[in-house]
Design a protein around this ligand. Sequence first.
Ligand SMILES: [Zn+2]
Ligand SMILES: [Zn+2]
Length: 266
Amino acid sequence: MIDTTVDNHIHTRLCHHARGELEEYVLSAINKGLRKIFFLEHLEVGIDYFESTWLTDDDFAYYHAEGKRLREKYRDEISIGLGVEVGYNPRCVTEIEQRLALQTWDRIGISYHFLETDSGHLNMVSSKQINIDRLDQYGIDDVLDRYYKDLMDAVKKLPGQVLCHIDAALRHHPKAKLKPSHHALLDELLDLVADKNMYLEVNTSGYKTKGEPYPSLTILKKAVKRNIPLVAGSDAHCPEDVGRYFDRLPGLMEKIIDRGQVADGV
Ligand SMILES: [Zn+2]
Ligand SMILES: [Zn+2]
């Protein structure tokens, strides 16, 4: 089952593309009756991109100080985890490890947002036309191939507890579709996630854009077959989105299990 009293993925204004102070997110979570939240702020290293969507060292220093203050202030009402969503960059693994080692994290989530190209990085999870065009230039099938191969490296090398939005590169490009070769990579990746006893995130931001969570039922079914625990993350970028669509998750779980039974001929 998915614990719907915990939101495992929350951003704040510190990442430069979200709105609201940490405290506003905490208050929203309390209002919605959540038992626990994990802030999961963006750490990226060595990315050549036209805007910064991640925190600086100074931002992280503030984040930890303010997070700890709020943890004390609201300790009787909610549990607050200070985590990080670390974006993979195959060229900067050592530096990423060094940056992670500077702080104690309650949760490390692994993501892969930025793909290196000849003309800088492209943001694979962005809906901006400039990124869609660059996905086209690179070739969407090749992007998906790269995405899953690199994500396997990320899971092998980085000390993460949860894999975030595993189908992120499929989000916005109209022709992004998993071919059999991608499914094979995905299977291998999920085997690794299971071997490392990591969680897989059910990212409910998908309900807003496509009426179902990220990742799709097909992928969630693969995860459940491997006994990978699922955790819920709103990926909130504004306080009111904390815990969004969590009421749909029990029904989702039923669908995942139903589908498994049909596929297995039970
Ligand atoms: Zn992300
Ligand atoms: Zn996020």
